[in-house]
Design a protein around this ligand. Structure first.
Ligand code: MLT
Length: 357
């Protein structure tokens, strides 16, 4: 796999591999010394044309913990604010010798467009209202940590679906993993053409949160994206909360085993109350923590590791770097042969079997 642009780039096996590596990375994250040498000498640029706290900082930490050189470029403070085009900006950055570009852009499709202009791997870190594949991976990772296999699990995605890129990536990935997904929104915030989309992709949708709530294994609450709204999508914030917020009253109806997720940032008191955000079933901070492990895994698979089952020998060489010597010590230049084995896994073969082209 060279790029990660959409959750649809991932087959079930490909997603499973990324999630399995994320679990190994999560172990590293819990150690005192977190550095792995696997991306030493590689350069990752985070190119953010839109605001972000979690995504940008977790990509930065992920790259650094894998020993890559990580540079952050944001639209504010760069030549973009002087009117430079997306093409000129990415080609300028790429000309410096970059291995991966992590791109967030307000235009849907921008990261895919960038792949036509540069040789570097491109990761979509959120494009307009289109997709946010690493968010879906970290959501799946987090839900699995509590619910186990997601096949057959009933997952509700509730909120402002019209303006959300998270919903599309989650829907695709959760269906790939076999989950039973129901989208819930008021009619004004339900994507247009929902009936055809649901029929074609095999998921359900509802305008009635209270009818769906008692059947859920996971409630994924999405943010009301006021900055993308051009008109009135609901009468008052209070009415939105009454119809679609995860309130204290609704917590009593949500099954005890069910988990609560929110990609953040939250509008506390609007789509989710403090009772729900902070209660024991809430995995919101687990999602943040998983974000680093999942992004380490994605960068590792794009730049440093093999992806296909028949490439086990290379992956195990790479893993020896990650696990065998741990994060404490033996990560020095004398391990160069292992790192190059790991790299050969990625570069020599490019996108491998388990990932769609
Ligand atoms: C996103 O960037 O799409 C966020 O993770 C979710 C949001 O902004 O509500």
């Amino acid at each position: 796999m060279k790029h990660l642009l959409s959750a649809a780039d991932l087959t079930r096996d490909g997603a499973e591999q990324i999630l399995a590596t994320a679990a190994q990375m999560h172990d590293v994250q819990r150690r005192e010394v977190k550095k792995l040498p696997v991306l030493r000498g590689r350069t990752v640029v985070n190119l953010f044309f839109e605001d972000s706290t979690r995504t940008r900082s977790s990509f930065e930490i992920a790259g650094k913990w894998l020993s890559a050189d990580v540079i952050n470029v944001s639209a504010k403070g760069s030549s973009v604010s002087k009117g430079e085009s997306l093409r000129d900006t990415v080609m300028t950055v790429a000309a410096m010798g970059v291995d991966a570009l992590v791109i967030r852009h307000h235009a849907s499709g921008a990261p895919a467009q960038v792949t036509d202009w540069v040789d570097a791997s491109v990761v979509n870190a959120g494009d307009g209202t289109h997709e946010h594949p690493t968010q879906a991976l970290l959501d799946a990772y987090t839900m699995r940590s509590k619910l186990g296999d997601l096949a057959g699990r009933r997952i509700g995605i509730i909120g402002d679906l019209t303006h959300s890129r998270v919903v599309r990536s989650n829907l695709i990935l959760l269906r790939t993993l076999g989950a039973d997904v129901t989208l819930v929104a008021p009619p004004t915030l339900m994507p247009s053409g929902i009936a055809e989309w649901a029929a074609a992709e095999g998921f359900s949708y509802s305008y009635d949160f209270d009818e769906v709530l008692p059947k859920l294994d996971a409630a994924m609450m999405l943010r009301v994206q006021k900055e993308r709204m051009t008109g009135g999508f609901f009468p008052t914030p209070r009415e939105y909360t009454v119809g679609y917020g995860l309130t204290r009253e609704r917590l009593r109806v949500l099954p005890d085993h069910a988990v609560i997720c929110h990609p953040g940032p939250m509008n506390r008191g609007l789509e989710i109350t403090a009772d729900a955000a902070d209660e024991a079933r809430s995995l919101i901070l687990d999602q943040v923590s998983a974000g680093v492990a999942v992004r380490m895994s994605v960068l590792y698979h794009l730049l440093g590791g093999g992806m296909s089952a028949d490439r086990g020998e290379d992956r195990s060489a790479a893993r020896t770097g990650a696990e065998g010597r741990g994060a404490t010590g033996g990560m020095s230049a004398d391990r160069g042969e292992d790192r190059s084995a790991a790299r050969t896994g990625a570069e020599g073969r490019g996108a491998t079997g388990d990932m769609k082209a």
